[in-house]
Design a protein around this ligand. Structure first.
Ligand code: NDP
Length: 284
């Protein structure tokens, strides 16, 4: 029978350590500060923003939100981002994505300064993830999955890890981060043939697909560790992951729930990145 491993103890441990760090910085008259930039009123963005505000408050981090109209021009958005880049009181910037369709993310991704880009939008930070270079900012969700595995003492070195999903936000960077931890990594996607044959060889299986309860016990190996990154709404309107948790529980060794799994750790990682960005600036 598997053990359900929740995100809260992981987020609490990170928050506790950060509070101390933030207190130390405040003694030097520096308040770590994040600026959240939201374009439009997407429900997902607003709910993440609320969770982020709560987490920053718990850590003692200053958090300001800049809300911009959905029809803002690309040039005006760039102008706003440049202003924040130049604001020495702001250490980290989170810009919600996807941006409205009339804005070209391939242009905007170069605007936020890499040293303030705390959720890996700028290609320099993406390159650092690929290189396994720790000075950058990997994306918060894959980092949350790694942090969770480490918190529960799950060995990664030499293990077969299979990541289902290859997006730039979750699947690909997470695969690179598992590789950095010396796992042997396979990436699957929508064109993968015989998916269950591949996933059922995984010691560690990551679901980052966006398909409610797609991964059932037929996809997993006995005693596998199952990390569910998916956040979906099932037929009954409830939040669900990519993994059918009830079905897989018996066969797994450890399994993360949805909600209360990886998602609960993400804002704690965001807070950690604000403090890291702040320290990078003062150590310059
Ligand atoms: P994307 O839609 O960008 O990517 C989904 C990936 O899954 C693609 O690589 C796609 O393959 C692959 N895929 C789709 N269908 C199948 C299938 N039937 N079999 C195998 N692979 C498939 O999603 P994201 O990466 O942005 O997000 C993935 C999930 O993680 C979502 O549920 C999202 O809500 C959640 N999420 C959770 C966060 C958190 O904090 N916990 C934060 C961000 C996302 P292909 O490339 O071939 O199209």
């Amino acid at each position: 029978m598997g053990v359900i491993i929740k995100g809260k103890p992981v987020a609490d441990a990170i928050t506790l350590a950060l509070k101390k760090d933030v207190e130390d910085l405040k003694l030097k008259n520096i308040t770590p500060t994040i600026k959240i930039v939201r374009v439009g009123e997407r429900e997902d963005d607003i709910s993440y923003e609320k969770a982020a505000l709560k987490r920053m408050e718990k850590c003692g981090i200053e958090c300001n939100v800049l809300t911009l109209s959905e029809d803002i021009s690309q040039n005006k958005l760039i102008e706003e981002l440049n202003k924040i880049n130049e604001d020495n009181a702001v250490h980290g910037i989170l810009l919600f994505r996807p941006l409205p369709k009339h804005i070209d993310e391939n242009i905007v991704k170069y605007i936020i300064k890499p040293e303030k880009d705390i959720d890996c939008f700028h290609p320099i930070n993406t390159a650092k993830v690929m290189e396994g270079e720790k000075s950058g900012f990997p994306p918060c969700t894959p980092s949350a999955a790694i942090e969770l595995l480490k918190h529960y003492g799950i060995e990664l070195k030499g293990k077969k890890a299979v990541v289902v999903g290859r997006s730039m936000v979750v699947g690909k960077p997470l695969a690179m981060m598992l590789l950095k931890e010396d796992a042997t990594v396979t990436i699957c996607h929508s064109k993968t043939e015989n998916l269950s044959e591949i996933t059922s060889k995984a010691d560690i299986l990551i679901g980052a697909v966006g398909k409610s309860k797609m991964i059932t016990k037929d996809y997993i190996k006995n005693e596998a560790v199952i990390i569910d990154v998916g956040i979906n709404v099932d037929e009954e309107g409830n939040l669900s992951g990519d993994v059918n948790t009830e079905d897989c529980l018996e066969k797994s060794s450890y399994i993360t729930p949805v909600p209360s799994g990886v998602g609960s750790v993400t804002t704690a990682i965001l807070a950690k990145h604000v403090v890291k960005a702040c320290r990078l600036i003062i150590d310059e």
